[in-house]
Write a protein that binds this ligand. Structure first.
Ligand SMILES: Nc1ncnc2c1ncn2[C@@H]1O[C@H](COP(=O)(O)OP(=O)(O)OP(=O)(O)O)[C@@H](O)[C@H]1O
Length: 249
């Protein structure tokens, strides 16, 4: 079963078409990264899947169910969680309140309390910060909270838009370690990431988007062997530490 399948997706803003026929898939329990140059359309693609933007052509399926309308209310999107790149927490609410507001209205106070307690325990960076306003958290703590918020409703698929943007290398590595733990719990993840090395190290497969189209796709080792990847990144060093080690052997 495919968690998310997108085919021939075209979308944009007003008259400007940004996505020019994107095809991508996330398998169940897979972590898939979308990388590519600035302005390639990575965030736009995730926003369309999440229901924040309409699309003009192509198909989107979530868990094998076709999405038929823009907007988060489409029933096919019920199993999706989305973490936007910015403004992903409520700064004046405490960590606990940020988690509580993500629960469906139909849940009892008891059920909400139990779910929030469970998530606070699962995310060590915020475990002891439950009563702190989100606006006072560090970047890494705030991203942990944003991830936990997206998990309140127990989505099967998580869409993450640059969760490590503006974080220190250590905090970015911790965020991706959390993404790895989500995979262990069976959550499928589609993550947009600017840092190619981090994306390749943390994902099962990667898509390289360029000019609103998939230019390359494959596993980390497929892509590292592909000379076109270097071309897209102006010769930047994209090898993961593990692969650099292997190359030296
Ligand atoms: N709300 C908007 N209105 C008009 N154009 C937009 C809007 N948001 C993004 N764009 C344009 O769409 C194009 C793709 O943007 P998008 O944010 O999807 O790229 P990206 O690949 O995520 O880039 P980056 O890595 O820099 O975040 C860019 O040219 C951008 O300027």
């Amino acid at each position: 079963m495919t968690a998310v399948r997108v085919s021939g997706l075209c979308a944009g803003y007003g008259g400007a078409q940004i996505l020019n026929g994107v095809d991508l898939e996330v398998g169940e329990g897979e972590v898939v990264a979308v990388i590519g140059p600035n302005g390639a359309g990575k965030s736009t693609c995730v926003k369309v899947i999440a229901g924040l933007l309409p699309w003009t052509r192509g198909e989107i399926e979530v868990g094998g169910v076709p999405v038929t309308s823009a907007g988060g209310q489409d029933p096919a999107r019920a199993s999706l969680g989305y973490v936007p790149q910015v403004r992903n927490t409520f700064p004046s609410l405490s960590v606990r309140e940020n988690l509580q507001v993500m629960a469906p209205r139909s849940w009892s106070r008891r059920r909400i309390g139990a779910r929030v307690a469970d998530l606070l325990e699962q995310f060590p960076q915020i475990t002891r910060l439950a009563e702190r306003p989100a606006g006072l958290l560090s970047g890494g703590e705030r991203q942990s909270l944003a991830l936990a918020m997206a998990l309140v409703r127990e989505p099967k698929v998580l869409l993450l838009d640059e969760p490590a943007a503006a974080l220190s290398p250590k905090a970015a590595t911790e965020v991706f370690a959390m993404v790895g733990r989500l995979r262990e719990r069976g959550v499928s993840v589609l993550v947009v990431e600017q840092n190619v090395r981090l994306a390749l190290a943390a994902s099962d497969r990667c898509y390289v988007l360029e000019g609103g189209r998939v230019a390359l796709e494959g596993t980390a080792s497929d892509l590292l062997d592909d000379p076109r990847l270097g071309g897209l990144y102006l010769g930047g060093d994209v090898a993961t530490p593990e692969q650099q080690g292997r190359a030296r052997q």
